[in-house]
Design a protein around this ligand. Structure first.
Ligand SMILES: C[N+](C)(C)CCCC[C@H](N)C(=O)O
Ligand SMILES: O=C(O)CCC(=O)C(=O)O
Ligand SMILES: [Fe+2]
Length: 371
């Protein structure tokens, strides 16, 4: 906690110098909007109490400050108090920095020793277990919950604790084999190259949770994971022009089956406009929709940049391949980590669900792992 050293007030702004050397200028419109008195703010609901059009356009007429707070008097006689701990939060650079997620990029099977593997009891019933699971999702985009009975019901408990089951055209909790109940290669025994799910939804699933509850009389069916952010970082370094293309060009994806036609266009690599950090990867070579291009150069860029990116995702050196066993529930960040599987024989049954990104980040934020 740092206190206030000095306060200067100009015509329409307040400059606060803090003891730790930070200096922040607050505009009067911001200060009036952030008044925390009971007329302006509902402290019990953490909501503003006034419509933006009802906040008076007022001027500061008097300033009083101590080390721990600033008291302002406005030209309509309203008084506002601000604690120094509140004010210091709005230093732009530290504010933005605090909001950045800090994924730890990985490539290859060594990540297998980094990610958390948490006994289901610890995950469901202890704060320490829950924190470890979400921290692993934030850092590596993968977590394994172990010792889960190989049933849909036991898997559902894990999905709920990870943020809640997200309903889509595939259902809420799903259980699937190689029998095609949906028009999609996931419901076959064919190999699937690493991809993100739901590139054709306006909002792709946040997490995908998979539990292989049975694989009898057969081989193959190994899971393949690759860090989409790592591939994007390599593309940026090796082929900056392709990186620029994939962060701006809106690629169309679609999903078609009887009674459904989902379609969405978005860049394959989505970046945060301020930090330039990668926010999301939407990479699925199968679900690309046929497209028309504005020029031959745009068409050629599409193929060149996608192939360059795909090479990192297909490189076995970058992938982690393993066999999911009954009892192990895998959750991965579908905005970041790509998943695939090798072809298989025999009876292979998977269950799991999606979790919306908003819902798992809500859990992580409530645990104070992110801001
Ligand atoms: C079986 N399960 C519901 C998990 C997935 C089905 C969705 C597969 C689709 N091709 C995609 O990549 O989004
Ligand atoms: O069969 C698997 O392991 C995963 C299939 C898949 O890509 C999916 O269900 O989204
Ligand atoms: Fe998938």
């Amino acid at each position: 906690m740092t206190g206030i050293k000095e306060v200067k007030f100009t015509d329409n702004a307040l400059e606060v110098q803090f003891i730790n050397g930070t200096s922040i200028t607050y505009e009067d419109c911001w200060l009036r909007d952030h008044c925390r008195c009971s007329t302006c703010y509902h402290a019990d609901t953490f909501q503003r109490a006034q419509h933006i059009l009802d906040i008076p356009e007022s001027k500061i007429v008097d300033v009083n400050s101590t080390e721990s707070q600033v008291v302002l008097t406005w030209d309509d006689k309203h008084q506002s108090r601000y604690d120094s701990d509140f004010l210091i939060k709005f230093d732009y650079n530290s504010f933005k920095e605090g909001q950045r997620l800090k994924p730890v990029l990985w490539h290859g099977k060594a990540v297998n020793k980094k990610i958390a593997r948490i006994p289901v009891e610890a995950f469901l019933n202890s704060k320490e277990g829950t924190v470890k699971a979400f921290q692993s999702l934030l850092d590596y985009g993968v977590v394994l919950i172990e010792g889960v009975p190989p049933t849909l019901e036991a898997t559902e408990k894990v999905c709920i604790a990870l943020g809640g089951v997200q309903h889509t055209i595939f259902g809420g909790m799903w259980q699937f084999t190689s029998k095609a109940v949906h028009a999609d290669t996931a419901y076959t025994n064919l190999p699937l190259a690493t991809h993100n799910d739901n590139t054709y939804f306006t909002e792709a699933a946040g997490l995908q949770i998979l539990h292989c509850i049975e694989h009898s009389e057969g081989t193959g069916g190994e899971t393949v994971l690759v860090d989409g952010f790592y591939g994007a970082s390599r593309l940026k370094a090796d082929f900056p022009q392709d990186y620029d293309f994939l962060t701006t060009f809106e690629l169309e994806a679609e999903y078609i089956e009887e009674g459904h036609h989902h379609k969405y266009s978005a860049p394959v690599i989505q970046i945060d406009s301020k930090s330039k950090d990668v926010k999301q990867i939407r990479f699925n070579v199968y679900d690309r929709a046929p497209m028309a291009f504005s020029s031959s150069s745009e068409c050629r860029s599409y193929y060149r940049s996608l192939k360059h990116l795909a090479r990192y995702y297909q490189d076995p050196e970058n992938q982690w391949q393993f066999k999911l066993q009954p009892g192990i529930v895998m959750a991965m960040d579908n905005f970041r980590v790509l998943h695939g599987r090798t072809g298989f024989t025999g009876k292979r049954v998977l269950c799991g669900s999606y979790v919306a990104r908003s819902d798992w980040l809500d859990k992580a934020r409530s645990l104070r792992l992110i801001q």
